[in-house]
Ligand binder design. Structure first.
Ligand code: KG4
Ligand code: ZN
Length: 403
Protein backbone atom coordinates (compact mmCIF):
# COMPACT_ATOMS: atom_id res chain seq x y z
CA UNK A 1 0.00 0.00 0.00
CA UNK A 2 1.37 3.46 -0.93
CA UNK A 3 1.86 5.73 2.09
CA UNK A 4 -0.95 8.15 1.14
CA UNK A 5 -3.35 5.24 0.57
CA UNK A 6 -2.42 3.94 4.03
CA UNK A 7 -3.01 7.39 5.60
CA UNK A 8 -6.43 7.52 3.92
CA UNK A 9 -7.21 4.02 5.17
CA UNK A 10 -6.16 4.90 8.79
CA UNK A 11 -8.21 8.13 8.63
CA UNK A 12 -11.28 6.24 7.49
CA UNK A 13 -10.83 3.71 10.35
CA UNK A 14 -10.61 6.53 12.90
CA UNK A 15 -13.64 8.22 11.40
CA UNK A 16 -15.51 4.97 12.02
CA UNK A 17 -14.27 4.74 15.61
CA UNK A 18 -15.26 8.37 16.20
CA UNK A 19 -18.65 7.64 14.82
CA UNK A 20 -19.13 4.54 17.00
CA UNK A 21 -18.01 6.28 20.18
CA UNK A 22 -19.76 9.60 19.57
CA UNK A 23 -21.96 10.21 22.60
CA UNK A 24 -20.95 6.95 24.19
CA UNK A 25 -19.48 8.39 27.36
CA UNK A 26 -20.53 9.21 30.88
CA UNK A 27 -19.47 12.25 32.92
CA UNK A 28 -19.65 11.97 36.74
CA UNK A 29 -19.55 14.87 39.19
CA UNK A 30 -18.90 14.75 42.96
CA UNK A 31 -19.45 17.70 45.32
CA UNK A 32 -21.01 16.17 48.44
CA UNK A 33 -18.48 17.49 50.95
CA UNK A 34 -15.42 19.70 50.35
CA UNK A 35 -13.68 18.24 47.28
CA UNK A 36 -14.83 18.84 43.69
CA UNK A 37 -14.41 15.85 41.37
CA UNK A 38 -15.19 15.08 37.74
CA UNK A 39 -14.49 12.00 35.64
CA UNK A 40 -15.27 10.64 32.20
CA UNK A 41 -15.77 6.89 31.71
CA UNK A 42 -16.25 4.95 28.51
CA UNK A 43 -19.21 2.62 28.38
CA UNK A 44 -16.78 -0.23 28.96
CA UNK A 45 -15.77 1.37 32.28
CA UNK A 46 -12.39 2.76 31.24
CA UNK A 47 -11.35 6.01 32.91
CA UNK A 48 -10.73 8.45 30.07
CA UNK A 49 -10.31 11.60 32.14
CA UNK A 50 -10.45 12.56 35.82
CA UNK A 51 -9.83 15.71 37.83
CA UNK A 52 -10.13 16.58 41.51
CA UNK A 53 -9.88 19.96 43.26
CA UNK A 54 -9.04 19.31 46.90
CA UNK A 55 -10.00 21.93 49.42
CA UNK A 56 -7.34 22.43 52.12
CA UNK A 57 -10.00 22.10 54.86
CA UNK A 58 -7.49 20.98 57.52
CA UNK A 59 -5.88 24.43 57.25
CA UNK A 60 -9.10 26.08 58.42
CA UNK A 61 -9.80 23.53 61.12
CA UNK A 62 -12.33 21.42 59.24
CA UNK A 63 -14.93 21.79 56.52
CA UNK A 64 -16.64 25.20 56.46
CA UNK A 65 -19.93 24.68 54.55
CA UNK A 66 -20.09 28.19 53.05
CA UNK A 67 -16.44 28.03 51.88
CA UNK A 68 -17.09 24.59 50.43
CA UNK A 69 -20.01 25.92 48.34
CA UNK A 70 -17.91 28.74 46.90
CA UNK A 71 -15.06 26.32 46.24
CA UNK A 72 -17.35 23.96 44.27
CA UNK A 73 -18.89 26.84 42.30
CA UNK A 74 -15.42 28.02 41.22
CA UNK A 75 -14.01 24.57 40.52
CA UNK A 76 -16.86 22.72 38.83
CA UNK A 77 -16.22 24.18 35.35
CA UNK A 78 -12.46 23.75 35.84
CA UNK A 79 -12.48 20.05 36.82
CA UNK A 80 -15.14 19.25 34.21
CA UNK A 81 -13.09 20.84 31.43
CA UNK A 82 -9.94 19.12 32.66
CA UNK A 83 -11.60 15.66 32.67
CA UNK A 84 -13.10 16.27 29.21
CA UNK A 85 -9.79 17.57 27.82
CA UNK A 86 -7.95 14.47 29.04
CA UNK A 87 -10.58 12.34 27.35
CA UNK A 88 -10.20 14.51 24.21
CA UNK A 89 -13.90 15.19 24.26
CA UNK A 90 -16.38 18.02 24.50
CA UNK A 91 -19.79 18.09 26.19
CA UNK A 92 -21.25 17.14 22.80
CA UNK A 93 -19.71 13.66 23.23
CA UNK A 94 -21.29 13.05 26.65
CA UNK A 95 -24.24 10.67 26.57
CA UNK A 96 -25.05 10.49 30.29
CA UNK A 97 -24.39 12.63 33.35
CA UNK A 98 -24.15 11.31 36.92
CA UNK A 99 -24.05 13.44 40.06
CA UNK A 100 -24.03 12.82 43.84
CA UNK A 101 -27.35 14.08 45.26
CA UNK A 102 -27.22 12.46 48.76
CA UNK A 103 -26.11 12.44 51.55
CA UNK A 104 -23.73 15.32 52.33
CA UNK A 105 -23.60 19.05 52.95
CA UNK A 106 -26.76 20.56 51.50
CA UNK A 107 -25.06 23.59 49.92
CA UNK A 108 -22.29 21.48 48.43
CA UNK A 109 -24.70 18.90 46.99
CA UNK A 110 -26.98 21.63 45.62
CA UNK A 111 -24.08 23.43 43.90
CA UNK A 112 -23.09 20.21 42.12
CA UNK A 113 -26.65 19.29 41.19
CA UNK A 114 -27.42 22.79 39.85
CA UNK A 115 -24.35 22.67 37.65
CA UNK A 116 -25.22 19.23 36.28
CA UNK A 117 -28.86 20.23 35.72
CA UNK A 118 -27.56 23.15 33.67
CA UNK A 119 -25.37 20.79 31.58
CA UNK A 120 -28.27 18.38 31.16
CA UNK A 121 -30.65 21.06 29.90
CA UNK A 122 -28.13 22.89 27.75
CA UNK A 123 -26.77 19.80 25.98
CA UNK A 124 -29.87 17.65 26.28
CA UNK A 125 -28.22 14.83 28.25
CA UNK A 126 -30.04 12.46 30.65
CA UNK A 127 -28.92 12.57 34.27
CA UNK A 128 -28.40 9.74 36.79
CA UNK A 129 -28.64 10.77 40.50
CA UNK A 130 -26.20 8.97 42.81
CA UNK A 131 -26.09 8.05 46.53
CA UNK A 132 -22.58 9.05 47.65
CA UNK A 133 -22.22 6.03 49.97
CA UNK A 134 -23.41 3.59 47.34
CA UNK A 135 -20.75 5.04 45.05
CA UNK A 136 -18.04 4.42 47.70
CA UNK A 137 -19.34 0.85 48.07
CA UNK A 138 -19.40 0.01 44.36
CA UNK A 139 -16.11 1.60 43.21
CA UNK A 140 -14.18 -1.60 43.95
CA UNK A 141 -16.18 -3.34 41.20
CA UNK A 142 -14.53 -1.00 38.70
CA UNK A 143 -11.10 -2.28 39.75
CA UNK A 144 -11.93 -6.00 39.81
CA UNK A 145 -14.89 -8.29 39.39
CA UNK A 146 -16.74 -8.61 42.70
CA UNK A 147 -19.97 -10.54 42.69
CA UNK A 148 -22.99 -9.61 44.80
CA UNK A 149 -23.53 -10.15 47.70
CA UNK A 150 -20.42 -8.70 49.33
CA UNK A 151 -19.83 -6.88 52.60
CA UNK A 152 -18.78 -3.27 52.66
CA UNK A 153 -17.12 -1.23 55.39
CA UNK A 154 -17.14 2.54 54.84
CA UNK A 155 -14.84 4.44 57.16
CA UNK A 156 -14.32 8.09 56.35
CA UNK A 157 -14.57 11.61 57.71
CA UNK A 158 -18.30 11.82 57.13
CA UNK A 159 -19.50 8.28 57.68
CA UNK A 160 -18.93 4.93 59.31
CA UNK A 161 -21.06 1.94 58.40
CA UNK A 162 -21.06 -1.77 57.75
CA UNK A 163 -23.45 -3.15 55.13
CA UNK A 164 -24.22 -6.01 52.78
CA UNK A 165 -24.31 -5.01 49.12
CA UNK A 166 -26.96 -7.25 47.52
CA UNK A 167 -27.21 -5.49 44.18
CA UNK A 168 -27.03 -2.03 42.60
CA UNK A 169 -29.24 0.15 44.83
CA UNK A 170 -29.94 -2.74 47.25
CA UNK A 171 -28.09 -2.68 50.54
CA UNK A 172 -28.70 -4.05 54.06
CA UNK A 173 -27.28 -1.92 56.84
CA UNK A 174 -25.71 -4.07 59.59
CA UNK A 175 -24.60 -1.12 61.70
CA UNK A 176 -23.50 2.49 61.66
CA UNK A 177 -22.06 5.14 63.94
CA UNK A 178 -24.44 6.78 66.37
CA UNK A 179 -22.17 9.82 66.80
CA UNK A 180 -18.85 10.66 65.16
CA UNK A 181 -16.96 8.96 62.36
CA UNK A 182 -13.44 7.53 62.75
CA UNK A 183 -12.09 10.20 60.38
CA UNK A 184 -13.62 12.94 62.51
CA UNK A 185 -11.98 11.55 65.64
CA UNK A 186 -8.59 11.30 63.96
CA UNK A 187 -8.98 14.83 62.53
CA UNK A 188 -9.90 16.18 65.98
CA UNK A 189 -6.98 14.32 67.57
CA UNK A 190 -4.57 15.79 65.03
CA UNK A 191 -5.91 19.26 65.81
CA UNK A 192 -5.84 18.74 69.59
CA UNK A 193 -2.23 17.55 69.32
CA UNK A 194 -1.57 20.65 67.17
CA UNK A 195 0.13 18.58 64.48
CA UNK A 196 -0.86 20.91 61.64
CA UNK A 197 0.37 23.99 63.49
CA UNK A 198 3.60 22.63 64.92
CA UNK A 199 4.79 20.24 62.23
CA UNK A 200 5.11 22.16 58.94
CA UNK A 201 5.46 18.89 57.00
CA UNK A 202 1.99 17.83 58.22
CA UNK A 203 0.26 21.17 57.52
CA UNK A 204 -1.56 20.08 54.40
CA UNK A 205 -2.09 16.36 55.02
CA UNK A 206 -5.49 15.07 56.28
CA UNK A 207 -5.73 14.72 60.08
CA UNK A 208 -5.91 10.92 59.92
CA UNK A 209 -2.77 10.77 57.80
CA UNK A 210 -1.00 13.17 60.23
CA UNK A 211 -1.87 10.79 63.11
CA UNK A 212 -0.58 7.85 61.06
CA UNK A 213 2.75 9.60 60.35
CA UNK A 214 3.14 10.65 63.99
CA UNK A 215 2.32 7.12 65.20
CA UNK A 216 4.94 5.67 62.84
CA UNK A 217 7.64 7.76 64.53
CA UNK A 218 8.15 5.23 67.31
CA UNK A 219 4.75 5.50 69.03
CA UNK A 220 3.54 2.59 71.15
CA UNK A 221 -0.10 1.56 70.55
CA UNK A 222 -0.22 0.27 74.14
CA UNK A 223 1.08 3.46 75.82
CA UNK A 224 -2.40 4.80 76.61
CA UNK A 225 -5.53 2.71 76.99
CA UNK A 226 -8.41 4.01 74.89
CA UNK A 227 -11.25 1.72 76.06
CA UNK A 228 -13.11 -0.04 73.24
CA UNK A 229 -16.61 1.48 72.94
CA UNK A 230 -19.94 -0.43 73.04
CA UNK A 231 -18.40 -3.64 74.40
CA UNK A 232 -21.63 -4.41 76.29
CA UNK A 233 -23.75 -4.17 73.09
CA UNK A 234 -23.76 -7.18 70.78
CA UNK A 235 -24.35 -5.08 67.69
CA UNK A 236 -22.42 -3.91 64.65
CA UNK A 237 -22.97 -0.26 65.56
CA UNK A 238 -20.10 2.13 66.12
CA UNK A 239 -19.44 5.01 68.51
CA UNK A 240 -16.41 7.25 68.47
CA UNK A 241 -17.31 10.08 70.86
CA UNK A 242 -15.61 8.28 73.80
CA UNK A 243 -12.23 8.56 72.07
CA UNK A 244 -12.54 12.35 72.06
CA UNK A 245 -13.41 12.49 75.77
CA UNK A 246 -10.53 10.16 76.63
CA UNK A 247 -8.14 12.27 74.55
CA UNK A 248 -9.13 15.46 76.47
CA UNK A 249 -8.40 13.59 79.73
CA UNK A 250 -4.95 12.61 78.50
CA UNK A 251 -4.18 16.17 77.37
CA UNK A 252 -5.44 17.67 80.64
CA UNK A 253 -3.29 15.33 82.69
CA UNK A 254 -0.18 16.29 80.71
CA UNK A 255 -0.96 20.02 81.01
CA UNK A 256 -1.51 19.64 84.77
CA UNK A 257 1.91 18.04 85.23
CA UNK A 258 3.77 20.54 83.06
CA UNK A 259 2.06 23.22 80.94
CA UNK A 260 3.24 23.21 77.33
CA UNK A 261 4.87 26.20 75.62
CA UNK A 262 2.75 27.57 72.72
CA UNK A 263 5.18 26.12 70.17
CA UNK A 264 5.81 22.86 71.98
CA UNK A 265 4.51 19.44 70.90
CA UNK A 266 3.27 17.04 73.58
CA UNK A 267 6.35 15.08 74.78
CA UNK A 268 4.67 11.69 74.15
CA UNK A 269 2.82 12.79 71.01
CA UNK A 270 3.79 9.65 69.01
CA UNK A 271 2.49 7.40 71.79
CA UNK A 272 -0.83 9.28 71.93
CA UNK A 273 -1.17 9.09 68.13
CA UNK A 274 -0.34 5.36 68.03
CA UNK A 275 -2.69 4.58 70.92
CA UNK A 276 -5.70 6.41 69.49
CA UNK A 277 -5.08 4.91 66.05
CA UNK A 278 -4.97 1.42 67.60
CA UNK A 279 -8.09 2.13 69.68
CA UNK A 280 -9.99 3.17 66.54
CA UNK A 281 -8.73 0.09 64.65
CA UNK A 282 -9.74 -2.24 67.49
CA UNK A 283 -13.27 -0.82 67.65
CA UNK A 284 -13.72 -1.07 63.87
CA UNK A 285 -12.42 -4.66 63.91
CA UNK A 286 -14.71 -5.75 66.74
CA UNK A 287 -17.78 -4.58 64.85
CA UNK A 288 -16.47 -6.11 61.64
CA UNK A 289 -15.86 -9.46 63.34
CA UNK A 290 -19.46 -9.53 64.57
CA UNK A 291 -20.59 -8.61 61.04
CA UNK A 292 -18.71 -11.62 59.65
CA UNK A 293 -20.20 -13.91 62.31
CA UNK A 294 -23.71 -12.65 61.48
CA UNK A 295 -23.25 -13.06 57.72
CA UNK A 296 -21.96 -16.62 58.16
CA UNK A 297 -24.70 -17.52 60.62
CA UNK A 298 -27.42 -16.17 58.33
CA UNK A 299 -25.75 -17.72 55.27
CA UNK A 300 -25.71 -14.36 53.54
CA UNK A 301 -22.66 -15.30 51.48
CA UNK A 302 -23.42 -18.11 48.99
CA UNK A 303 -21.27 -21.19 49.64
CA UNK A 304 -20.16 -21.46 45.99
CA UNK A 305 -18.55 -18.03 45.94
CA UNK A 306 -15.51 -16.33 47.44
CA UNK A 307 -16.60 -14.15 50.40
CA UNK A 308 -15.52 -10.57 49.92
CA UNK A 309 -15.23 -7.48 52.08
CA UNK A 310 -14.79 -4.10 50.37
CA UNK A 311 -13.24 -1.40 52.55
CA UNK A 312 -13.53 2.20 51.41
CA UNK A 313 -13.54 5.80 52.64
CA UNK A 314 -10.58 8.03 53.55
CA UNK A 315 -9.71 6.15 56.77
CA UNK A 316 -9.20 2.97 54.71
CA UNK A 317 -5.97 4.62 53.46
CA UNK A 318 -4.46 4.06 56.92
CA UNK A 319 -1.97 1.21 56.67
CA UNK A 320 -2.13 0.25 60.32
CA UNK A 321 -5.97 0.12 60.32
CA UNK A 322 -5.79 -1.85 57.05
CA UNK A 323 -3.44 -4.40 58.59
CA UNK A 324 -5.84 -4.93 61.50
CA UNK A 325 -8.77 -5.43 59.10
CA UNK A 326 -6.68 -7.87 57.05
CA UNK A 327 -5.96 -9.87 60.19
CA UNK A 328 -9.70 -10.36 60.82
CA UNK A 329 -10.28 -11.25 57.16
CA UNK A 330 -7.50 -13.84 57.23
CA UNK A 331 -9.00 -15.55 60.28
CA UNK A 332 -12.40 -15.81 58.57
CA UNK A 333 -10.99 -16.62 55.13
CA UNK A 334 -12.58 -13.54 53.60
CA UNK A 335 -11.02 -11.67 50.72
CA UNK A 336 -10.46 -7.98 51.51
CA UNK A 337 -10.56 -5.51 48.65
CA UNK A 338 -9.27 -1.98 49.17
CA UNK A 339 -9.72 0.33 46.19
CA UNK A 340 -6.54 2.36 45.49
CA UNK A 341 -6.25 5.29 47.98
CA UNK A 342 -7.24 7.91 45.41
CA UNK A 343 -10.55 6.08 44.85
CA UNK A 344 -11.09 5.47 48.60
CA UNK A 345 -11.48 9.19 49.24
CA UNK A 346 -14.13 11.33 47.55
CA UNK A 347 -13.64 11.59 43.78
CA UNK A 348 -15.53 11.95 40.51
CA UNK A 349 -14.66 8.46 39.22
CA UNK A 350 -16.76 6.71 41.88
CA UNK A 351 -19.81 8.75 40.87
CA UNK A 352 -19.24 8.07 37.18
CA UNK A 353 -18.80 4.34 37.90
CA UNK A 354 -22.02 4.18 39.93
CA UNK A 355 -23.72 6.03 37.05
CA UNK A 356 -22.43 3.41 34.63
CA UNK A 357 -23.65 0.55 36.84
CA UNK A 358 -27.12 2.15 36.96
CA UNK A 359 -27.07 2.83 33.22
CA UNK A 360 -26.28 -0.85 32.59
CA UNK A 361 -29.32 -1.83 34.69
CA UNK A 362 -31.41 0.99 33.20
CA UNK A 363 -32.35 2.44 36.58
CA UNK A 364 -32.76 6.05 37.72
CA UNK A 365 -32.17 7.65 34.33
CA UNK A 366 -33.80 11.08 34.38
CA UNK A 367 -34.52 12.71 31.03
CA UNK A 368 -33.41 16.36 30.51
CA UNK A 369 -37.04 17.57 30.57
CA UNK A 370 -37.47 16.21 34.12
CA UNK A 371 -34.16 17.14 35.74
CA UNK A 372 -35.45 20.41 37.22
CA UNK A 373 -37.66 18.33 39.56
CA UNK A 374 -34.63 16.65 41.12
CA UNK A 375 -33.51 17.78 44.56
CA UNK A 376 -30.72 16.94 46.98
CA UNK A 377 -31.24 14.90 50.21
CA UNK A 378 -28.46 15.88 52.64
CA UNK A 379 -29.60 13.46 55.36
CA UNK A 380 -30.69 10.05 54.18
CA UNK A 381 -30.09 6.54 55.42
CA UNK A 382 -28.33 3.85 53.49
CA UNK A 383 -30.18 0.69 52.50
CA UNK A 384 -32.53 -1.32 54.75
CA UNK A 385 -31.56 -1.06 58.40
CA UNK A 386 -31.22 -4.58 59.89
CA UNK A 387 -29.04 -3.51 62.85
CA UNK A 388 -31.72 -4.61 65.35
CA UNK A 389 -31.85 -8.08 63.84
CA UNK A 390 -28.07 -8.28 64.24
CA UNK A 391 -28.32 -7.27 67.92
CA UNK A 392 -31.16 -9.75 68.51
CA UNK A 393 -28.92 -12.58 67.30
CA UNK A 394 -26.89 -11.96 70.50
CA UNK A 395 -23.61 -13.02 68.87
CA UNK A 396 -20.65 -13.41 71.22
CA UNK A 397 -17.24 -13.18 69.59
CA UNK A 398 -13.89 -14.58 70.58
CA UNK A 399 -11.89 -11.44 69.83
CA UNK A 400 -8.98 -11.85 67.47
CA UNK A 401 -5.71 -10.38 68.69
CA UNK A 402 -4.70 -7.56 66.36
CA UNK A 403 -1.12 -6.87 67.46
O1 KG4 B 1 -13.66 9.60 52.26
P1 KG4 B 1 -13.12 10.94 52.63
O2 KG4 B 1 -12.17 11.59 51.68
O3 KG4 B 1 -14.25 11.98 52.82
C1 KG4 B 1 -15.43 11.75 53.45
O4 KG4 B 1 -15.44 11.90 54.67
O5 KG4 B 1 -16.39 11.39 52.74
O6 KG4 B 1 -12.46 10.78 54.07
C2 KG4 B 1 -11.78 11.84 54.71
C3 KG4 B 1 -11.28 11.34 56.04
C4 KG4 B 1 -10.65 12.45 56.89
O7 KG4 B 1 -11.16 12.38 58.19
C5 KG4 B 1 -9.17 12.10 56.89
O8 KG4 B 1 -8.49 12.51 58.06
C6 KG4 B 1 -9.21 10.61 56.77
O9 KG4 B 1 -10.26 10.35 55.85
N1 KG4 B 1 -7.94 10.07 56.25
C7 KG4 B 1 -7.19 9.20 56.95
C8 KG4 B 1 -6.03 8.97 56.17
N2 KG4 B 1 -6.14 9.69 55.02
C9 KG4 B 1 -7.33 10.36 55.09
N3 KG4 B 1 -7.40 8.63 58.14
C10 KG4 B 1 -6.45 7.78 58.59
N4 KG4 B 1 -5.29 7.53 57.92
C11 KG4 B 1 -5.05 8.08 56.71
N5 KG4 B 1 -3.92 7.80 56.06
ZN1 ZN C 1 -17.13 10.05 51.09
Amino acid sequence: MMWYTRVKWIRSKFANINHIYKRHFLLGIETSCDDTGAAVLSKEGLILGEALAKQPSSEFGGVVPSFAMGFHARNLPVVTKSALDQAQMTMEDVQYLAVAVKPGLSGSLATGLDYVKYLSRKHSIPLIPIHHMEAHALTARMIEEIKFPFMVLLISGGHCLLAIAEDIGRFKLLGQSSDNSPGEVLDKAARALRLHALRPDLRSVPGGRAIEIMASEGGSPFAIDFPTPLMQFKSCNFSFSGFKAQLWNVLNQVEKKQPLEPDELLPNVSDVAASIQYGVARHICHRLQRGFEYALLEEIWPSNQENTLVVSGGVACNQSIRNSILKICEEYNIKAVFPPPKYCTDNGVMIAWNGLEKYRKTVDIIQPEQVMELDVSPRVSFGTDISEQVTNRNIKCKWIKLL
